[in-house]
Each structure stands twice: as structure tokens, then as C-alpha cells.
Design a binder for this molecule. Structure first.
Ligand SMILES: *[C@@H]1O[C@H](CO)[C@@H](O)[C@H](O)[C@H]1NC(C)=O
Length: 183
């Protein structure tokens, strides 16, 4: 185990990374212009890398809205698959450097650390491809999410999101489907 890191869409606490990679985080290309307002609102998590803390979560959603100070309010919600109870966690995100607007940092009150939230690609009204990598001293931990506006989107929407990962040589084989049935 490499340590703990903080996460993003659909995440509820500090997690232990399941997909450790070595050396620094790879270079990826994030979206070059980012219209934060169009990105706001509700997203459904369709796929994610496996994370211990999310195991057992279905109907995972993220709702982003603008705070007055131009940070983004993040509300991640899920339903426990076994017991059926809903839960949510609230955090905030910010664009770290306006010159690189697709790279956000997100923070939840459960952790003192910010996690990275990098938007590889989005068309705002159907899909978003989100990636996170934390560089640790001798390793890194990577997470990835496919978010969609529709709860049950057509496959071509998923493929568009996957293409953003493939273009950056990020594995799509590690994705697990998030259950969005009977929510
Ligand atoms: C998303 O969050 C905003 C701000 O808290 C809220 O006004 C809005 O109703 C929420 N939308 C959904 C779909 O939950």
C-alpha cells in the first residue's frame, strides 16, 4: 500500500490506492479551455477505477455548483449497495492555475490534503473524463472516472470519454462499471 490520498467524484473519504504506478505522474493533456459554468450541475458516475472506499456504493452522483468566491461546491452522493442507505459528502474544488483551467484541486473536510481533479475532456452536456494522480515520494496513485449527464447514457457517449483516456495512454481496462440501476 502506498498511502492514503484524497479523491473526487463519488468518493467519500480517504482511500487507499488500488492502482499504484511508479515514478512521477505521467504527462497527460487536459482540456485546454474550460467553461466552468457549463460544467456545473449533476453528473452520474458510470465507471471508475476500483477504490476500497467506494466499493459497495451505487447510484454515485456528483453535483457541482459555483460558490460566491469562484470555487466549486462539490456534493458527492451514493447509495450503499448492501443496505440501501444514501450518504453524501461535501467538498470544494478550485482551478489551481487559470492558464491550465482543466486542472482542479479538490478538498474534503475529512482530509487536510487536496486531491487533483484533472478534466481530460468534456463536452459539458454528455460526458466528462476525469483523472487524478498524486505523486508520492517514490510512486504515484491514479484514479479515473467517467461521468455522464444521463443516468443511463448510450454507449457512444461512454466511448467518447474512454477515447480521452486512450489518447493519453491511460488504461481503460481498469474501469469498473458503477451501478446506476434501481436508484
Ligand atoms: C446541486 O447543488 C445546488 C447547490 O447546492 C443545488 O441548488 C441544486 O439543487 C443541486 N442539484 C441537484 C440536481 O441536486
Amino acid at each position: 500500500m502506498l498511502g492514503v490520498t484524497l479523491t473526487l467524484a463519488g468518493l467519500f473519504s480517504v482511500v487507499v490506492a488500488q492502482v499504484p504506478g511508479f515514478e512521477g505522474c505521467p504527462d497527460v493533456e487536459t482540456i485546454s479551455t474550460f467553461d466552468v459554468e457549463n460544467y456545473m450541475g449533476k453528473w452520474y458516475e458510470q465507471y471508475r477505477y476500483f477504490m476500497i472506499f467506494e466499493a459497495g456504493g451505487k447510484c454515485v452522483t456528483a453535483n457541482y455548483s459555483l460558490n460566491n468566491d469562484e470555487t466549486v461546491k462539490v456534493v458527492n452522493a451514493q447509495v450503499n449497495s448492501l443496505l440501501g442507505f444514501p450518504s453524501q459528502i461535501e467538498g470544494s474544488a478550485r482551478i489551481v492555475d487559470p492558464k491550465d483551467p482543466g486542472k482542479l484541486a479538490v478538498k474534503f473536510p475529512v482530509s487536510p490534503f487536496e486531491g487533483s481533479y484533472w478534466i481530460l475532456d468534456t463536452d459539458y452536456d454528455s460526458y466528462a473524463a476525469v483523472w487524478s494522480c498524486q505523486s508520492l515520494l517514490v510512486a504515484n496513485t491514479q484514479f479515473a472516472w467517467i461521468l455522464t449527464r444521463e443516468q443511463n447514457p448510450p454507449q457512444d457517449v461512454i466511448e467518447k470519454a474512454k477515447d480521452a483516456f486512450k489518447k493519453n495512454s491511460i488504461s481503460v481496462d481498469l474501469f469498473l462499471k458503477t451501478n446506476q440501476e434501481n436508484c
